[in-house]
Design a protein around this ligand. Sequence first.
Ligand code: G3P
Ligand code: MG
Length: 239
Amino acid sequence: MSASKIISHRGACGSAPENTLASMRKAKALGAEWVEFDTMLSADGHVVVIHDETLKRTTGAAGKVADMDLADLQTLDAGSWFDEAFAGEKIPTLIEVIGLLGELGLGAVVEIKPSQGLDEETAAKTVEIVKECWPTSLPTPILSSFSDISLAIAQHHAPELPRALNINKKIEAGINKANTLECVALHCQHPAIDSASARKVLDAEIDLRCFTVNEVERANALFAIGVQGIFSDYPERFL
Ligand code: G3P
Ligand code: MG
């Protein structure tokens, strides 16, 4: 089964603190069928689900994810910054998120988001866990990354899992890289996409999805030029 047209971003980060278990539950409650989230390594080599390399924005703590052990990361409050109603939400592990996706029946784009210099390790560990823990009841996940090093590692360790290259612009370079890495899709920042650039991607037989799209009108314009999917903070606007 391919990814749904609307992929709920970082869980459902418009309505719940991003990349938390609460955010995955919210995506489901809002009607999403697929979510996207980001994976990073703790200092002791656990894969956690968080977007920024630094902890400040989503936990208020000083320091970096890569410098802290899992046990310490999980003492932090990853919910209050968004709304007091989410106080006590933790930075989840990839294993915890996968378990919840299985319960909820949510498909996912797993974005490998390495801290600086940890492209290989983050990809290897993320792939290992996905291969071991992904519920057979769920559609096959898509592994994505901005890091071509991470995608090459994924290609090596799990050639059978579909990959997507994330890019901000530079569509033609993206198509070439996606071909080299045998990616099935490009995930591109939406302002870089118009009908000509979309056509180039689709002519190369690569799927095209855009992030982060929160306006219905823009989503419809993208679908009209052949874009297959969007990542949105507000899936309910499109469902
Ligand atoms: O995977 C699509 C999108 O999430 C990429 O950007 O910064 O939100 O991880 P970012
Ligand atoms: Mg992401």
